[in-house]
Design a protein around this ligand. Structure first.
Ligand code: GLN
Length: 239
């Protein structure tokens, strides 16, 4: 950790925060506090400079216009690149995932991404809307991913990045893989919010940020119930 507090930055809540993605900051803060880590959550709007010394940066989903604006401001700011060079964790969702790559499409125009991860996004034949589920890369040691997706983009991974998961329901990147990760950078199409639906993923980000090998388990009864309910809903809709 870079400071006494675990510093979590929620990037551009005024532009990038659809479908309750703010919940990702709440979940991370709560799960860290319950393990005894003092936590500071900073909300950095798009007219503010991004601090470069935080431990975890969160970027949420967004409509095409705010997504393009958010990417331009992050490129101009340069703070996220400096933070990544210093080893910070980044977690991007949907629009916030796409803009970590080399390029993406918004309203029919191609925009430059932050080029922090080796993938690019174009548009699919239709919007991907509904439940999203997948088996996560075994090296990460996590239970299956569940979430909700709503995006027009499709994402094509390059050799410099690994898929986060193999899709078992929904579309994700392209119907076969979902999300991407490299080092301490991770992106997903999963809303929900993703870290409420996938507490083990929240704990992975906390372990990356704190350097802790293990975190004491928490009571995840409610999250487990929600995960089971959504798994049943996916199975039922397929039957
Ligand atoms: N605008 C992007 C797309 O439609 C991302 C949407 C989102 O963040 N939900 O692909």
């Amino acid at each position: 950790m870079s400071t006494e507090n675990l510093r979590i930055v929620w990037i551009y809540p005024d532009l990038l925060s659809t479908y309750g993605d703010r919940g990702n900051a709440l979940i991370l803060a709560r799960r860290a506090q319950r393990r005894g880590f003092p936590v500071e959550v900073l909300e950095v709007r798009s007219d503010q400079r991004l601090p470069t010394t935080a431990d975890i940066y969160l970027i949420g989903g967004g409509e095409d216009g705010p997504q393009a604006l958010g990417a331009q401001r992050l490129l101009a700011d340069g703070g996220l690149h400096r933070a990544v060079a210093q080893g910070s964790v980044v977690f991007g969702v949907c629009a916030g995932y796409q803009l970590l790559g080399t390029s993406f499409f918004a309203k029919g125009t191609q925009y430059q991404g932050l080029e922090l991860l080796d993938f690019s996004s174009d548009r699919g034949p239709s919007r991907a809307v509904g439940e999203l589920a997948g088996d996560i890369d075994a090296r990460l040691g996590l239970p299956p991913l569940t979430g909700f997706e709503n995006h027009g983009g499709r994402t094509h991974l390059g050799p410099g990045v690994s898929p986060l998961a193999r899709v078992t329901a929904g579309v994700g990147n392209d119907g076969a893989t979902e999300g991407a990760w490299r080092g301490k950078l991770l992106g997903t199409y999963s809303h929900g919010p993703a870290l409420a639906r996938n507490p083990a993923l929240a704990d992975l980000l906390l372990r990356w940020a704190t350097g802790a090998q293990h975190l004491p388990p928490l009571d995840d009864t409610w999250a487990d119930r929600l995960r089971a309910e959504r798994r049943t809903a996916v199975a039922t809709s397929r039957a």
